[in-house]
Ligand binder design. Sequence first.
Ligand SMILES: Cc1ncc(COP(=O)(O)O)c(C=O)c1O
Length: 381
Amino acid sequence: MEKNKTLEVYSRFEICPTRAKGVYLYDDHHIKYLDLYGGHGVISIGHGHPHYIHTIKTQLQKISYYSNSVQMPLQELLAQKLTKLSGYDDYRLFLVNSGAEANENALKLASFHTGRTKVISFTRGFHGRTAGALSVTDSPSIFAPINQHHFPVIRLPLNQPAPLIAALKQGDIAAVIIEGIQGIGGLDVPSDSFLKLLSKETKAHGTLLIIDEIQSGYGRSGHFFAHQKSGIQPDIISIAKGMGNGFPIGGILTHPSIKSHLGMLGTTFGGNHLACAAAISVLEVIETEDLLARVYSISQKIKFALSSIKGIKKMKGDGLMLGLEFDFPIKDLRRQLIHSHQIITGASSNPNLLRILPPLTIKLEEIQPFFKALEEILSHH
Ligand SMILES: Cc1ncc(COP(=O)(O)O)c(C=O)c1O
């Protein structure tokens, strides 16, 4: 097949998955790979979950799409299930198609609500590649000239109270946006005390707190949302990745004090029937399989096993969103894992950090080959 018809923007491994089940991918040569990355943390309930397939198939046969100009009981059902399971009963849901779009709408809503124009974000934060989401992202190499002066952004160091307090005092700050756990930036976690301070200070200044749970949410940390370990409630929570287990869907949950009016936000595809069915089935599986408790317990076991492997300098992250830091670049290690051991892992902007984001359903015996492979590779290092 001709291979130069798609725009070349991705560096890709030389494997071609054609089938997937549970925590495994199978390529076009029938080789089985252990998926410890879930395609950037998207696979939450495992590949090809029977309930997920059944729900989507059944919905497809009824109606797959209509625009937001008609009644959408599936959106209401999804919102009810999500707010109940996440403990945000009185919040409201607005649905979109991706993470960047979720943040784009979160930022816009914060600006509508406050009438303000500036945003605070954090060093090594990543929020997406569309104009607004990119403006609050700390990654100059993916900025086009057109993105340089989108709106004023104050970028602050994570977990440092003094610069935050000083920046909020400048005034005109619509929102502070922060990841529940940093993803591509290298798995740094906002401390409990910093999140509590953020919550208190944003309230005091009439600024909205947006927590980007696009990667860290949907049970990945062992809580429904990573920030819930700190007992705070942000004004807006953005969600995507694990929400649809691969079906494109994202959204924002908004505090009841944030008012909307007709026409304020909108999207053609967001919240369509098929996407809602996928997202509903994911929540049903998270609930019936008690995945939050399972993530917590397996994460403890994984961390324990990893702690005895010599050569891992530091473990970062939480739950099933883990970063393993080495004192050398992990590029070759990742290649060896995939090509010699058939184990897929992720990278981050820290060249020495391996990123692990397995499906939340993973069992200890399924991840065991990863420990063995690491030990073997590291013994030759
Ligand atoms: C924390 C976070 N926010 C936003 C995004 C953007 O999501 P999407 O690629 O679906 O636009 C990502 C994607 O990696 C992410 O990790």
